[in-house]
Ligand binder design. Structure first.
Ligand SMILES: CC(C)(C)c1nc(N2CCN(c3ncccn3)CC2)c2cc(C(N)=O)c(N)nc2n1
Length: 328
């Protein structure tokens, strides 16, 4: 087999994997994937110098010599305020309409997956780092474990990737995978996990990627973080559709809705579906869909709503007011 034939085989295996793990639409039986994967392994054994970073054989590497290093997020990963009833959703919408002086606001509504938030960094379309949310300002570098997750693309599916792209998403363990993992743990007399969220957290904290590789983890993208060299779409929803084309899994129950009533209707509908979903959700995240409006609204940035400072006038002002020099 030539070098080009190997490159084509890698592309084909990555296309199979995208269809199966990202679009939930397998295009070949597992046996075909396994046969082609083994063929790639034997070529790479023959020509190690041909090995590519986005080859599926590169997903499971060696464990990092020491623990996980701490990395600062380029753009902080924020927290989310909570609304506990429809009235506070209406208050949220009213506050926003007032601040924007807008008649009606379109929201992107996403199931709130009950997993772990992470941030993935791609440079020239290649995955270079995966970091946990941590305290929002910095997190743990778990790149070696992130690479074992099939729904995390090792390379973006575009010939013209942004120079730098940071994608935020949730890593979760579907209910079925969780049940099987616990059944296996019981069989092997090992500890079981209390819920899929803890199982996902425990799986990502494994020092050995070979262990993480055996855990049924899924990554679902929910926002674009830092970007260089790419004109972001105007709407959050459109941004997520773009991520889906580039190889990321997004949630198929995500919609845009108009105003507070649209958000409340979606809540009622999703609440009925919740028990039948193949993964745990602990709510819904509503986001103003237009990026320009998000920027206009900004953040109650990292500042706690429960504390406030009362500042003294600046020193020189005191001198002016009191006519005495405060420089003691
Ligand atoms: C981009 C923003 C900030 C609006 C945002 N932030 C999120 N989160 C922040 C708080 N997070 C957090 N985690 C731990 C401790 C404190 N906050 C957990 C992620 C989102 C989580 C999900 C999800 N889970 O499905 C989602 N569809 N969209 C999100 N969108």
């Amino acid at each position: 087999m030539t070098h080009q034939q190997m490159l084509d085989l890698i592309q084909q295996l990555n296309d199979y994997s995208y269809a199966y793990h990202v679009k939930d639409e397998p295009i070949v039986p597992d046996a075909v994937y396994d046969r082609d994967y083994r063929q790639l392994q034997s070529i790479e054994a023959e020509h190690p110098e041909w090995i590519q970073a986005d080859s599926p054989t590169q997903r499971v590497g060696e464990k990092p010599d020491s623990g996980f290093t701490n990395v600062a997020h380029t753009v902080p990963m924020l927290s989310l305020d909570n609304a506990f009833d429809n009235e506070s959703l209406a208050d949220f919408d009213q506050r926003i309409r007032k601040l924007l002086n807008a008649e009606q606001v379109t929201y992107c509504c996403e199931p709130k997956l009950d997993g772990l938030a992470i941030s993935l960094r791609y440079e020239e379309g290649r995955l270079v780092r995966g970091v946990t949310r941590g305290d929002g300002l910095s997190g743990e570098d778990i790149t070696s474990n992130i690479k074992t997750i099939y729904s995390v693309p090792l390379k973006l599916r575009t010939k013209t990737p942004p120079a730098v792209l940071e994608v935020r998403g949730e890593i979760y363990m579907p209910k079925e995978g969780f049940e099987k993992l616990n059944a296996l743990a019981v069989e092997q007399g090992e500890k079981t996990f209390v819920n899929p969220r803890n199982a996902a957290a425990g799986s990502l904290r494994q020092l050995d990627p070979k262990v993480t590789a055996k855990r049924p983890l899924v990554m679902c993208a929910y926002s674009i973080g830092y970007v260089e060299g790419w004109e972001q779409p105007e709407s959050h929803y459109a941004g997520l559709l773009q991520l889906s084309e580039w190889g990321f899994r997004t949630n198929d129950l995500m919609i845009t809705a108009e105003g507070a009533q649209g958000c409340i209707d979606y809540y009622e509908k999703l609440n009925e579906k919740r028990a039948s979903l193949s993964y745990d959700i602990d709510g819904i995240v509503y986001k103003v869909d237009q990026i320009a409006l998000q920027n206009q609204l900004g953040f109650i940035a990292r500042a706690p709503r429960w504390a406030i400072a009362r500042k003294f006038p600046a020193q020189e002002e005191m001198t002016r007011i009191l006519g005495v020099d405060f420089q003691v």
